[in-house]
Write a protein that binds this ligand. Structure first.
Ligand SMILES: [Fe+2]
Length: 199
């Protein structure tokens, strides 16, 4: 089960009221990018992609945290019965399916860490997981951007991690993967990405 777009939008508004921050605008742009790309992929549902993009960082409702927002989002969505959204709350941070490749701090309990490690190792990613992973790297709070702009934005905030280069490469591979489906540059589907990257 997944929420309809209106429910997901209302949920994001509620969550952002609990913990206001640029993550709300970022989430909206991720969702818009997911929708724009999914509309060009016959096997993907654009509303589903939009909803999953809107909710990927929903765990930030619980306050300022690092990787704890992944499991907070997972738990929130599971409690609503939104299983796929719950998966994306964790999977979006692991385009490489290995707990050691995320860039944040595991500000979680030992039990939650063990759960996440097992979840990431055994999750079956589909194109929705991959699409949110890609679009997470295509959206600043101020709008769409070039992947490389977001790479630097994230690295300046989180630091350079041993997995950083592999994460960048995987994200670039995802771009190529979805461009194979859309038949165009993904930037053709994201108005203002180039201009926004100049600011
Ligand atoms: Fe995000």
């Amino acid at each position: 089960m997944k929420p309809d777009p209106k429910t997901a939008e209302d949920t994001l508004v509620w969550a952002a009221a609990q913990n206001p921050g640029p993550w709300e605008a970022h989430s909206r742009h991720v969702a818009a990018a997911c929708r724009a790309i999914a509309e060009r992929c016959p096997e993907l549902d654009a509303d589903t992609a939009y909803v999953l993009g809107l909710l990927h960082d929903i765990g930030r409702y619980a306050g300022v945290s690092s990787e704890r927002h992944l499991i907070d989002g997972y738990r929130y969505c599971i409690a609503q019965g939104w299983e796929k959204a719950a998966q994306v709350c964790i999977s979006h941070a692991f385009m490489l399916q290995d707990i050691n490749t995320s860039i944040g701090t595991f500000d979680v309990t030992a039990e939650d860490y063990a759960f996440m490690k097992d979840f990431v190792a055994h999750a079956r990613y589909d194109d929705y997981d991959r699409l949110v992973q890609l679009c997470d790297a295509l959206a600043l709070p101020s709008g769409f951007c070039l992947l490389e702009k977001r790479f630097v934005d994230v690295t300046l905030r989180y630091g350079f991690h041993p997995a950083t280069l592999d994460r960048w490469q995987r994200t670039l591979d995802l771009k190529t993967y979805f461009e194979g489906k859309t038949g165009c540059s993904i930037y053709d589907l994201l108005p203002g990405a180039a201009e926004n990257s100049l600011r």
